[in-house]
Ligand binder design. Structure first.
Ligand SMILES: [Zn+2]
Length: 294
């Protein structure tokens, strides 16, 4: 079994029950991603929660491809996007309405997105088919919006917890828990009872426990579910990794109308395109983007 202290997903299932789960811990990965975007504290914390949810949901799909968690609303943070790719690559950004950017510092995370929708998308590698589920953003916080998604779109009872905050050293830490009832149990009464018991246990988790580095993932899971026993699966590492490249940027920008590309250029004909996810800047000449030979 891989042993890791931080930036990890710990998958598990409960002994004798058709219930699985994920515990996520993010330290340096969250700190790097959240500091990159120069965000006020509340939207940064919201992005941290979204990273935790994306890592738990994406890794539970157990597939090669991209899982995207995307929320859009009419609030001050009108777009929130996170990707989980293949074997643990995470990236994400939150977009603020410019004029409200300064006022959102003290907003509670729940009111940042406002009214809107939550879309979860699965893009399988080597498969042109995309699967997307879309629900209304309903819930007091982002984890409850994700619970609503699974109830509404997948009919899978799911519990989510996610916390994101700066530690005493000033670095961001993120923690999360996911618990999901699998539709495998033919005995519906037993499945419902199992789910109720497991939920009660999971709800006792304190935000501090999800963030506490001195409490390992197995220790926390045993603390929560020791009555039934919990089976731990292999830990998966999480990484701060974007998939952008100059080639990808060129292929996207080339789809714009010629006039728009010319408008993007500065006086010297240089076009700078910044990746929304990782904030990396790519420089091109307008001629390059228009496919002209120089
Ligand atoms: Zn990037």
């Amino acid at each position: 079994m891989v042993s890791l202290d931080d930036d990890l997903i710990q998958p598990f299932h409960l002994n004798g029950r058709e219930i699985r789960g994920r515990l996520v811990r993010l330290g340096p990965v969250a700190d790097a991603i959240l500091n990159r975007h120069d965000l006020p504290p509340a939207p940064a914390a919201l992005l941290g929660e979204a990273l935790a949810l994306s890592a738990m949901i994406g890794s539970a799909l157990d597939f090669d491809g991209i899982f995207t968690f995307q929320a859009e609303g009419d609030g001050p943070a009108n777009m929130l996007v996170c990707d989980y790719r293949g074997r643990g690559d995470l990236r994400g950004y939150v977009r603020l309405r410019r004029q409200e950017g300064e006022a959102v510092g003290a907003s509670p995370a729940a009111s940042l997105l406002g009214r809107g929708s939550l879309a979860l998308t699965i893009d399988r590698e080597g498969d042109r088919q995309r699967y997307q589920g879309l629900v209304e953003l309903l819930g007091d916080d982002l984890p409850s919006c994700a619970e609503h998604y699974f109830q509404q779109s997948e009919q899978l009872p799911t519990l989510f917890r996610a916390v994101s905050t700066r530690g005493p050293d000033g670095a961001w830490r993120v923690g999360g828990l996911m618990l999901q009832s699998l539709p495998k149990d033919p005995d519906e009464d037993k499945a419902a009872e199992d789910w109720n018991t497991a939920q009660v246990l999971a709800r006792t988790v304190k935000p501090q426990e999800l963030l506490d580095q001195s409490l390992t993932a197995p220790e926390l899971l045993y603390r929560l579910f020791h009555e039934d026993g919990v089976w731990l699966h292999d830990v998966q590492p999480l990484k701060d990794r974007c998939t952008c490249s100059a080639d990808r940027v060129v292929s996207v920008v080339r789809r714009f109308p010629e006039e728009e590309i010319r408008n993007l250029a500065d006086e010297s004909g240089k076009v700078t395109v910044t990746c929304q996810f990782c904030a990396r800047a790519y420089d091109f000449s307008a001629g390059e983007l228009l496919g002209e030979t120089e």
